[in-house]
Design a protein around this ligand. Structure first.
Ligand SMILES: [Zn+2]
Length: 725
């Protein structure tokens, strides 16, 4: 299901906005900044699924391939010089110099909207998960409750004949409930009911850490209720945006038609749904506004929330969701709730019913029959991302299993595929990076002593999580059987929502993870002051036990440095060592930080990945600060690791050069224009080319490693170089 209530994330590392991830892929992890994690998850598109934000301006999509190229299956050298394009000079465009050979010979597989290092590793993990799930499904003897759940869930999804015959019938009870809505009181109850299913409706409601009391969980109400990827998709007036809204109306029409409505009536209903969502979008904050944690922290009594929404009775809402009055809660965007109240009170009962049907079928489309699956793919993947072909069924069912019972699947995965030695080696790397960042903080010329002391305290307090959780999620209360598939997904979602709401008023469990173990990603969560590296990313080309130090420091080292820097980016720096939103900076140091981060915003706003489409320097500033700081700190850590050792060249490159080549290769990718556009509009990460060329053009270490003259495009003038961490 989509729109699952995921933890809280920051708009970070990718998704909805709360965590800071390395790559924007699936649902976000926990969170960072913006309080409610899912703030933007509403439109499911953003971070979920497809991986990273890569881009390749140069990539040509000639013939497309169905399966990854053979090279992906064979062992690769840690850095493969055949991937380079030496006709490009490192002085002009390092991203292409390091990756241009690979880009030239790599078409985007039709089932992807972008293809690169992250995706290749995801495919490798998919094969492993496929194997794990197939074995679990065939197991006839008892192998433990987790394997049984994974096997049953996966088997229910793979039983295509059963899924096809069932069509939308498994939703009958839910659709009947919606048909029975008669008055505004019923509308309220249905909104609450859909929330218990994890289905988008009017606004978002979950639990989350109290930003100013990091030991406690409180209720969180936040903006939401949309079906498009972001509020801007409803409010922009350019031709492309108008066309996309027309296509959205057509999509909603088709989905309602599949539920049995007459096409003409469905078309009218879809327009009303767009109007309703547009009103919500107009009351919503932009993604940039959601980056300000202070502004999104508005703790109040439920009576104060009630005053914001005179027509929406919260007592009835809490009763329906089975929540005792949560006492004080955080209302992320109070103005949104004023607007939502108007929408609630003024929209016709019939329009509400259509909106509920739409969001129910939207949330469950991927687990329904092929007509729903394909129509959903046509709009969310083909129209919005340019993806040409749907993934084979087993990959979609594996993804659904990961999304629904990811820690059960992940437990089986790490048992077979995660070597324990990897954890020890990673801990070493993390400690070396931590020590390099501490050295750097101590010598920062722009930060005063009092702030340095607090920064070092925060750094020393970082929690590090590697591979998989120490304590696995207990799914024993969740019923999973051999079908219908969609009901397994709905029950898993109900289980998740209940799990989240059940935390309200209780102490924070600091052992939880915001990503599943097979995920190819990493994140920093400022609220727990922790950096987290799932098993899925601890493989080549990021982390390669057989590689020289230079390539590992350039790969996973830069990822570690990136996550650490998030603790000190424009959002992360506002949280203290135990995760409280508390200003620990002196005014002088804060002013100097802002001056420098302003320069980062300026630098990236200059980049223009498609004609007329510039990177949003404000939206991406946290990730850009982390990219610049991450590679710089990883380089410093490499220097310490190399000290006193003989410096041999490999393939003609010094360790320093291989460090930067190893860094560039983790971002190699080719991307469709549609996906690139969606990414620039909604994703807090810069496109891949700028994740390489942006940071390196700021680094004197890079200039020196390749002996570049001052007047190179890859060398920013001294007065324009950005240097924070
Ligand atoms: Zn990040």
């Amino acid at each position: 299901m989509r729109n699952r209530t995921c933890l809280t994330l920051l708009g970070v590392l990718t998704a909805a906005t709360a965590l800071a991830q390395t790559e924007p892929q699936k649902s976000p992890p926990l969170a960072t900044v913006t309080p409610p994690p899912n703030v933007q998850t509403a439109g499911k598109i953003p971070a979920e699924k497809s991986p990273p934000p890569l881009t390749s301006p140069v990539a040509q999509t000639q013939g497309e391939i169905t399966t990854p190229t053979p090279e992906d299956k064979n062992p690769q050298p840690p850095f493969d010089t055949r991937n380079m394009d030496t006709s490009v000079k490192p002085c002009d465009d390092f991203f292409l110099y390091a990756n241009g050979g690979w880009i030239k010979r790599t078409p985007i597989p039709p089932e992807y909207s972008r293809w690169g290092s992250f995706n290749q590793l995801i495919e490798k993990n998919n094969d492993a998960l496929h194997d794990v799930a197939e074995r679990a499904a065939k197991e006839t003897t008892a192998t433990g409750p987790d394997a049984k759940k994974v096997g049953d869930y996966y088997a229910s999804g793979m039983d295509e004949a059963k899924v096809e015959v069932a069509h939308a019938r498994p939703l009958a009870d839910e659709l009947k409930r919606i048909d029975g809505v008669k008055d505004r009181n019923d509308v309220l109850k249905e909104i609450a009911h859909l929330h218990t299913l994890g289905v988008t409706s009017l606004f978002g409601f979950t639990s989350g850490q109290d930003d100013k009391n990091s030991t406690m969980v409180i209720a969180q109400a936040y903006q939401g209720g949309l079906g498009l990827p972001d509020r801007d998709y409803y409010t922009k007036t350019d031709d492309d945006s108008k066309k996309l809204r027309d296509q959205y109306v057509q999509h909603v029409t088709k989905m309602l038609t599949l539920l049995g409505e007459e096409p003409k009536a469905a078309g009218e209903h879809a327009k009303k749904i767009l109007a309703l969502e547009t009103s919500l979008a107009q009351a919503s904050r932009t993604k940039v506004e959601l980056r300000d944690p202070q502004k999104n922290y508005n703790k109040m009594k439920t009576s104060a929330l009630q005053a914001l929404t005179p027509d929406f009775k919260w007592d009835a809402y809490f009763k329906e969701t089975n929540l005792p009055n949560p006492g004080e809660l955080n209302v992320g965007q109070p103005d949104f709730f004023k607007g939502a109240n108007k929408v609630f009170a003024s929209t016709s009962i019939d329009a509400w019913k259509e909106y509920f049907r739409w969001h129910l079928v939207h949330a469950t489309a991927e687990e329904l029959s092929a007509d729903f699956v394909n129509e959903n793919f046509n709009f969310y993947e083909t129209t919005l991302r340019g993806t040409k072909q749907i993934k084979p069924r087993w990959k979609r069912v594996v993804a659904s299993t990961d999304s629904s019972i990811g820690e059960a699947l992940g437990k089986l995965y790490v048992a077979d595929y995660f070597p324990p030695e990897s954890k020890a080696r990673m801990l070493d790397l993390v400690n070396n990076l931590r020590s390099a960042l501490a050295d750097r903080i101590k010598t920062l010329e722009w930060m005063d002593e009092a702030t340095k002391e607090a920064a070092l305290k925060k750094l020393a307090a970082f929690t590090v999580k590697i591979g998989y959780p120490d304590k696995w999620r207990d799914y024993s209360a969740l019923q999973i059987d051999r079908g219908p598939f969609v009901l397994n997904a709905i029950r898993a979602s109900i289980f998740d929502v209940h799990r989240e709401l059940n935390k309200i008023g209780k102490p924070v469990d600091r052992s939880e993870w915001g990503m599943t173990p097979p995920t190819v990603n990493a994140y920093y969560n400022p609220k727990l002051n922790e950096i987290v590296f799932p098993a899925g990313i601890l493989q080549p080309p990021f982390f390669n036990p057989k590689a020289d130090d230079a390539v590992n420091y350039g790969g996973i080292g830069a990822v570690i440095g990136h996550e650490m820097t998030h603790g000190f980016d424009d959002q992360g720096r506002q949280f203290d060592e135990v995760g409280n939103l508390r200003d620990w900076w002196t005014p002088e140091s804060a002013a100097k930080f802002k001056e420098r981060s302003g320069a980062v915003v300026k630098q990236y706003s200059e980049y223009e990945p498609l004609p007329g489409l510039h990177v949003n320097g404000e939206l991406t500033q946290g990730e850009n600060i982390a990219d610049i700081g991450g590679v710089k700190i990883a380089y410093a850590a490499l220097q310490k690791a190399l000290a006193g050792k003989p410096q041999e060249k490999i393939d003609g490159f010094t360790p320093e050069q291989r460090f930067f080549l190893g860094f560039a290769q983790i971002w190699r990718s080719v991307q469709r224009d549609e996906d690139l556009k969606l990414m620039v509009n909604t994703n807090p990460h810069s496109p891949a080319r700028y994740r390489v060329n942006g940071p390196l053009s700021d680094l004197v270490e890079f200039q020196k490693a390749f002996n570049l003259p001052d007047n190179c495009p890859m060398v920013r003038p001294a007065d324009k170089k950005v240097n924070i961490w």
